[in-house]
Ligand binder design. Sequence first.
Ligand SMILES: Nc1ncnc2c1ncn2[C@@H]1O[C@H](COP(=O)(O)OP(=O)(O)O)[C@@H](O)[C@H]1O
Ligand SMILES: Cc1ncc(COP(=O)(O)O)c(N)n1
Ligand SMILES: [Mg+2]
Length: 745
Amino acid sequence: MSSRHPFDLSLTLVTDAALCGERGVAAVVAEAVAGGATIVQLRDKLASTEQLLEQVAELAGVIDGRAALVVNDRLDVVVAARERGIRVDGVHLGQSDAAVLAARDALGPDAIVGLTANTRAHLDAVARLPRGTVDYLGVGVIRPTSTKPDHPPALGVDGFAVLAAATDVPCVAIGGVGAADVPELRRAGAAGVAVVSAICAAPDPRAAAAEFAARWAASAGIEADGGSPTASGAPRPAGGVPRVLSIAGSDPSGGAGIQADLKSIAAVGGYGMAAITALTAQNTRGVRGVHVPPATFLADQLDTIADDIEVDAVKIGMLANAEVIDTVAAWLRRIRPPVVVLDPVMVATSGDRLLDPDAERALRDLLPLADLVTPNVAELAVLADAEPATTWAGVIAQAETVSAGFGVRVLAKGGHLDGATAPDALVDAAAATIVEFDGERIATTATHGTGCSLSSALATLRASLGAWEPAVAEARRWLRESLRHGESLAVGGGHGPVHHFAGLWSRGGLATAPTPAEVEAEWWAEIADVRRAIDELPFIRALADGSLPRTAFEEYLAQDAHYLRVYSRTLAEASRLAPDAPAQAFWAAGAQRCLDGELALHRDRLHDLRGPRDQRARPFEPNAANTAYLDHLVASGSRGGYAELIAAVLPCYWIYDDLGRRLVTGGFGPEALSPEHPYADWLAMYGEPAFELATRQAIDTVAAVASRATPAVRARMLRAFRRSAEHELAFFAAPWPADRIEVDA
Ligand SMILES: Nc1ncnc2c1ncn2[C@@H]1O[C@H](COP(=O)(O)OP(=O)(O)O)[C@@H](O)[C@H]1O
Ligand SMILES: Cc1ncc(COP(=O)(O)O)c(N)n1
Ligand SMILES: [Mg+2]
């Protein structure tokens, strides 16, 4: 956190009068401060200025200097309170509130000025301000929450980490944060957490605050900037760099086996060594062959290493057959390395067997020699002598059985379960403990070697951190970062490898391309303001509630029909420029669908609404918004080629799909679309699954191109995309003169 200020950002209580209930805000604040809240932010969107001033005075008295007091939004209230001699430490502003520069000006250098920021664009704007203008950024929301209606899409801990890493200003995580999130957020670089309901609505606010404070304190030392950092951000071991030996098979494609182990060990700060048990002929699609050298030669490798080098940790992977297992077991009994992690590899991600079936029994004898085993769901079931679990609770139960039966700590892995999250759990039957780690599942095909990478990172981090829990937490943080960037390596056509050095490279200034999923999230966030403005247009509001005048709707449809005819040509151009057959076919199909839609519009709607005679009487003219939009599309293609063209055509899919679905399902306003709605059949077109599917494909196609593009091309694509979104807004606004908006061409 900033050293300029004596303020402790670790735990902010944001007040909510409704949630505090009859106890009153002041009583809850008193309890929360006693429990360890370090900042109190008075947030009351309904109170009058005078009421706010009264509340500020009351809270300042209750807090009595034990925590800092800031006011949400209302710089004027802070100024007025200070004039009355009330101690208020500062203000927290939203993006649409008074400018932070004005606040800094009004309150002076020692006040706290906080700002809500939830997009890259917000961070960029802060970076342009003079240093010291903003003390901290409130970054969120972390999880969906009801205390902030209309909040932007939830960032999750990972999204928070991405933003926090992109700014020097301390970031406080806010929005749906629970006490259990604290360690992960602190590791993700949070300077603190801000909490509303978890304290205001708690039966015992003091205990709730104390739990947050305790978790914050307990996660000290494992935050990204704590200690002297290794590549992974973990503090260095007191005793130097751990020397870590992988005993595993070779994967010549480099994503699993000893190749993955050596990369992983290096990435999290260890010195890697490898004794090879077996050679596989393998790529990202599967294993074609396995060659097992004589076990006596493995024994030679192991002995040669141990005769010279002190081994701080051992990771064991593919063992091929019973003879190899026995060789490793004998060596472990003799050498007794301080840390042994056993990844009981039986089957590769591709489904190929990597252990003789008759060797599974021998493997069981090896288990008690390990400090930790890391089976995936299938391997755990074999060890538990049961069918593979299909639920996380089932996995935990089997892990308890295995831990108790073999007297070994188990890391149960949820990578192969379905579901929105990818949990792991440390299960230790002897100590009767289960520690769960959770985080959203990362949408990626790059999962080859995740088990190998995790187990070798764990062996390394256990040696450097001295305890299992922080080792698992840090190994997961690193693996998840590596998973997120795996696809950017573009290795192989099957399950590609994770990007073991994604974090190291980006911290070293080596650009790591964003994944398609990141492109998607960033671009959608980038046009959040435009989408909001579209939602608020009287035209759209009236379209939603059915009150849109026929004349305006007709005008819109006539403009749309013209637009679609030219838009179809730009899609045909995208098809012409497409680099491969699937993309060529996709854009061509889009062009065809557009033309069909345009023809149908003319046949069913325009004819219907206006009558052919009327149409003749009023010859059609494209309006300025329409022409400007179409010019932009054509120019994007001729200036920027395929990449910019498909970025420019995307908003017409994405915004319509989003808007259409919300209009039809009632996600837009209070009621779902009634059958009596005058434009129900027309709106239904955009809620159709076929359009949703086409939109999904369009987003995926564009995001994949952007993810692989150079940074300069990616930036131009984003500009073309945003400009089209702005044209969408102007297009919607045009049929109703009151809304008309000009966009520069
Ligand atoms: N899609 C994913 N998103 C996030 N984490 C994942 C994903 N797939 C696997 N993991 C994590 O990778 C590690 C390896 O797990 P798993 O895939 O179950 O084992 P294995 O690679 O041995 O089959 C675990 O920490 C798991 O939680
Ligand atoms: C040589 C070798 N060892 C292990 C694995 C398991 O890979 P995963 O980590 O995906 O389970 C593999 N595919 N190849
Ligand atoms: Mg595995």
